[in-house]
Write a protein that binds this ligand. Structure first.
Ligand code: NAD
Length: 367
């Protein structure tokens, strides 16, 4: 069988810096574990605009459709802020998500013990936290029609439409149950069935799909209560299934449970391809961080954890993903900190590349 293929799109700002560290990890897996990936690299965002006049060239889009997984750094930056909307760096990212039809966005909120003090919540509430938010990504109120700002009488009215088809809910729900089967077998579905018809349908479909997964415990929660529960007692959850709008908010809320933006990975998955692997793009949650670009200050862990998600969800290498996450845990518990993870005790931060090297050394020590 051919090697798994990965298209790396480093993008802009700190994207290329953190991706360099991921490449070290990929090289280590090849050399030390004999796990070879066919890695290709291309441009996205401002970097693609500079070369091609568009934030994602057609050839790059075609490559993304062919590979087993896309690994993206970050896009955007002040140099591109004044570009026309149609060619802004973010459009490259949106095109990838749309044309690959990546409907399930996975955002883990995982609290490494060594960083539990970093959360704005009390340590005992977040220590050991490991939850996953599955946000439907391609439909709902961000896409529904009609939308726009219209004249009505003597004033204007702004309209967006929350719209979900059964099949859209079903495929997201199915992804959540599949995910739960690999984890702690609990799904909590969040909507507003008390005030929204789309929420009633969401609940019905989630319940129906849940019948196919008798081992998974399904619960339902109104999304506003879900937000409260996330900060009150987040460890009660395993997988949270929710729509595009609520997921946008709940996943950002959950992100802060764990501390720094530099620690947060994500995956966006679509339908299975011919080889059974899902269409997939993995990327850190953070942006291009122009304020620290080129200074060796970026934390590469979010991007490295995104690669760990690729190992788990695209390549069925859960053990290797565990190994990589354990290496990161070890590095952090040994006290290695990039600048974003520093408390106020005056410890010297390590650089982006030193953090990457430390992770590789911990991987090596795990053998
Ligand atoms: P940002 O995530 O780039 O940065 C927010 C803050 O977090 C900054 O202070 C930054 O230095 C810090 N930070 C982010 N990632 C870090 C890391 N790995 N290590 C250490 N510190 C880190 O968000 P922003 O400043 O709002 O946006 C900057 C640019 O990135 C904009 O052009 C925006 O459009 C773009 N953006 C892109 C994405 C993406 O590519 N997915 C996501 C968000 C923002």
């Amino acid at each position: 069988m051919s090697n798994p293929s990965i298209l790396i799109l480093p993008g802009d700002g700190i994207g290329p810096e953190v991706m360099t560290e991921v490449r070290k990890v990929i090289t280590w897996f090849g050399e030390a574990r004999s796990i070879q990936f066919d890695v290709s690299e291309d441009l996205v965002g401002g970097a693609a605009y500079d070369k091609h006049g568009v934030p994602l060239a057609d050839e790059t889009m075609a490559k993304a459709q062919e590979v087993d997984a896309v690994l993206l750094g970050a896009v955007g930056g002040p140099a591109y802020d004044d570009l026309d909307f149609s060619v802004k760096p973010e459009r490259g990212l949106l095109r990838l998500r749309k044309e690959m039809d990546l409907y399930a966005n996975l955002r883990p909120a995982q609290c490494f013990d060594a960083l539990a003090d970093f959360s704005s919540l009390k340590k005992d509430i977040v220590a050991g936290l490991d939850i996953m938010i599955l946000r439907e990504l391609t439909s709902g109120v961000y896409f529904g029609e009609p939308r726009g700002i219209f004249e009505e009488g003597n004033e204007r009215v702004g309209i967006n439409t929350q719209r979900y088809t059964e099949s859209e809910i079903e495929r997201a729900a199915r992804s959540a149950f599949e995910l739960a089967m690999r984890r702690n077998k609990k799904v909590c579905s969040m909507e507003k069935a008390n005030v929204m018809e789309s929420g009633i349908l969401w609940r019905e479909v989630a319940t129906r799909v849940g019948k196919d997964y008798p081992e998974v415990e399904l619960s339902h929660m109104y999304a506003d209560n879900g937000a409260m529960q996330l900060v009150r007692a987040p460890k009660q959850f395993d997988v949270i299934l929710t729509d595009n709008l609520f997921g946008d908010i709940l996943s950002d809320c959950a992100a802060m449970l764990t501390g720094s933006l530099g620690m947060l990975p994500s995956a966006s998955l679509g339908a299975p391809m011919e080889n059974g692997r899902p269409k997939a793009m993995y990327e850190p949650v953070h942006g291009s961080a122009p304020d620290i670009t080129g200074q060796g200050k970026a934390n590469p862990i979010a991007c490295i954890l995104s690669f760990a998600m690729a190992l788990r969800y695209s390549f069925d290498m859960g053990d290797e993903a565990d190994r990589l996450e354990a290496a990161i845990e070890k590095v952090l518990s040994d006290g290695a900190r990039t600048a974003d993870l520093l408390g106020e005790d005056g410890t010297d931060p390590i650089s982006t590349s030193e953090m990457g090297d430390a992770v590789v050394a911990a991987l090596q020590a795990s053998l």
